[in-house]
Design a protein around this ligand. Structure first.
Ligand SMILES: Cc1cc2nc3c(=O)[nH]c(=O)nc-3n(C[C@H](O)[C@H](O)[C@H](O)COP(=O)(O)OP(=O)(O)OC[C@H]3O[C@@H](n4cnc5c(N)ncnc54)[C@H](O)[C@@H]3O)c2cc1C
Length: 254
């Protein structure tokens, strides 16, 4: 195919929508059935059979001890009898990392084929550390200078606007959304429901948060960590004993 110079008279450029930028993420707990009692109920079937619920009410004071024992000895299955559904809105590059978590997670994400993607893009906040130092697997991130923040913000805005303009031009020309979306970058925001249980969430948190209590340190990208921190705080409110035991035993999923 040869490309010929455009000999057509210039046409009026279509009006383009200015892109919006965000430096944060959204995480909401939209449905849940998750309590510390669910862990105890499931664990006690081992010894109390179908009377495990009654047993639970009788000796509530032992609850924390039992949860700690299950966590310490990595008896993981009692932590699976619960469910949390999160609504997450975050950049696509976060979703690429998130969707690697296969076990105990269910996902549904907004479609770029069935709806027009909205011009909302990620730009790091002034607090986001910009400079990477060290070796692979053990990078340290340090603050960027004001000049570095400035070049990041300007470059991203220009790139996002150009990409979204191209997307709009193709849609205006009648091109299918599923084709036109190819020009949109991974800084574009997407949204999804993610459903998990406490065990799969703990595995996710062990890998996607950096915490000095972790016996096996991880070095996640800050943006997925922002999502993980919000999920952890919502979960901690639902299952405080399980959350405390997770921290007390080195933030290792049982
Ligand atoms: C800091 C960091 C850096 C990363 N860098 C990269 C990278 O450079 N490139 C890259 O490709 N990925 C990278 N990843 C992703 C990583 O390799 C995992 O895909 C991701 O963390 C999900 O972990 P997982 O497989 O344990 O989780 P899940 O998929 O949720 O699995 C949970 C657990 O179930 C078991 N399991 C699940 N599926 C199987 C299976 N098929 N066979 C056997 N056991 C199974 C395992 O015990 C597993 O730990 C990175 C992750 C982190 C946290």
């Amino acid at each position: 195919m040869s490309l010929q110079p455009d000999t057509q008279p210039a046409t009026q450029a279509p009006e383009h929508e200015p892109v919006q930028v965000r430096d944060d993420v959204t995480v909401e707990l939209v449905r849940h059935s998750a309590h510390d009692a669910d862990v105890l109920f499931a664990a006690r079937v081992s010894t109390a059979g179908e009377a495990s619920l009654e047993e639970l009410e009788k000796d509530a004071s032992r609850s924390q001890g039992l949860i700690n024992y299950l966590m310490r000895d990595r008896h993981g299955t009692p932590f699976e009898h619960n469910s949390m559904t999160f609504f997450v809105s975050a950049p696509i590059f976060v979703f690429r990392e998130f969707h690697r978590h296969r076990a105990g997670f269910s996902y549904n994400e907004e479609s770029g084929r069935y709806r027009e993607l909205q011009p909302v893009f990620y730009v790091p906040s002034p607090e986001r550390k910009l400079v990477q130092q060290g070796k692979p697997g053990r990078y340290e991130f340090v603050d960027g200078t004001p000049e570095q923040h400035d070049v990041v913000t300007r470059s991203m805005l220009a790139s996002y606007q150009g990409a979204y303009d191209a997307y709009q031009d193709m849609l205006a020309a009648g091109v299918a959304r599923e084709v036109a979306r190819a020009v949109l970058p991974v800084g574009l925001f997407s949204s999804m429901y993610a459903t998990c249980n406490a065990r799969s969430l703990m595995h996710f948190l062990s890998l996607r948060t950096k915490d000095e209590r972790a016996t096996v340190p991880s070095f996640p990208q800050r943006e997925i960590e922002m999502v993980a921190e919000r999920m952890e705080s919502l979960w901690a409110g639902l299952m405080p004993l399980t959350h405390a035991a997770f921290n007390a035993h080195g933030r290792v999923a049982p």
